[in-house]
Design a protein around this ligand. Sequence first.
Ligand SMILES: [Cu+2]
Length: 188
Amino acid sequence: MSTLGRLSRSDKSFKRGCGFSPVSDSGARADDNLRTGHTGVFEGDTRMAKGTTAWACACTFVVVLILGAAHGAYAHHSFAMFDNENQIKLQGKVTHFQWTNPHVYIEVDAASVYSEDKTVKNWTIECANPGILNRIGWKFNMIKPGDEVTIIVAPLRSGEPGALLKQVTLPDGRVFANGGPAGPALIQ
Ligand SMILES: [Cu+2]
């Protein structure tokens, strides 16, 4: 059975859709806002011929543009589903490394280092997108199935084996963070 096959239904939605605050939905909303703002600018110019209205529309448009761009480039969905205050350290073997937008994913058969419960579960670890990770030194092929890794994460509040990456230590000892928006590891 594939790794994905072992994930529960909700895990899959976590992975595929960023389901908690859907990517596509928020993306669509941003687009709608952009379109609305755009129309506003032109209508303000031609129909109203009122400087203030046009400026107000133009400002709204610019603000929406900036917010939209920031949203796309960084936290394109909320991190609310991850428990940042109770980070955990996982140790185990990579089963899959997925270098894709909007998120890179590490799947790892791992157990919690500091927990009494040493049950190995197949964790799906959400990372930033390839662009952000490239800029902080990640490479698309730097993690392979079978690699023994140590990972610090903010786990899903739901208790399922999904998490947001904070820090990963590779077999050769190199340590990588997950880029700014995800925030730093609070434990070691
Ligand atoms: Cu996402």
